[in-house]
Ligand binder design. Structure first.
Ligand code: FES
Length: 183
């Protein structure tokens, strides 16, 4: 899985410019309340390291002077964070009520069929990961999915074919967003 955004364990340290950003995030909170910056720092960490491995979460805990468990709790609560390596393009299909009524189950099954993987898995070439998530606030455009910074709405099987083809054709592009934080 050469495209998986894995991280070398010995390289778990932010470069200088990201350490400055971490400092800026922590400075937004009063003394003693720096742990409130955990969400923003986890976003930076995920964008830089690819996913939040245990060593990465431990590193974030050390930066914030909090217990690792406090970081694990946040990282595992929000679906936007990945605690395992994911593919280059993460397809997050909404499965909440309105999207379900409009056919999200069918869309999920179709993506599984097209990619040959199940929800929670990554394609062997490391390009696509498939996840399901709760409401992404685009209920009026159901069914929908998020891939990186992009929302894909009113999904049909034809639209899925088209977006998979587009991502395959542009597999060298950066779909993770937060480009300023990228490695
Ligand atoms: S229910 Fe799918 S975006 Fe809200």
């Amino acid at each position: 899985m050469h495209n998986l955004r894995t991280v070398k364990q010995e390289m778990i340290e932010f470069p200088e410019h990201l350490l400055k950003e971490v400092g800026r995030q922590m400075a937004k909170f009063p003394d003693g309340k720096q742990k409130s910056a955990v969400l923003s720092i986890l976003h930076i960490a995920q964008a830089h390291f690819g996913y939040l491995s245990e060593p990465v979460m431990d590193y974030v805990a050390r930066l914030l002077h909090i217990l690792p468990i406090e970081v694990y709790e946040v990282a595992t609560f929000y679906s936007m964070f990945d605690t395992q390596a994911v593919g280059k393009v993460k397809l997050e299909v909404c499965r909440t009520g309105p999207c379900m009524i409009e056919g999200s189950e069918k869309i999920i099954a179709y993506i599984e069929l097209k990619l040959g993987i199940k929800v929670g898995q990554t394609t062997p070439d490391g390009l696509f990961s498939l996840k399901t998530v709760e409401c992404l606030g685009a209920c009026g455009y159901a069914p929908m999915l998020q891939a990186g910074n992009q929302y894909h709405e009113h999904l049909t099987e034809e639209k899925v074919d088209s977006l998979l083809a587009t991502y395959r054709e542009n597999s060298e592009s950066n779909y993770w967003g937060l480009k300023n934080h990228g490695s």
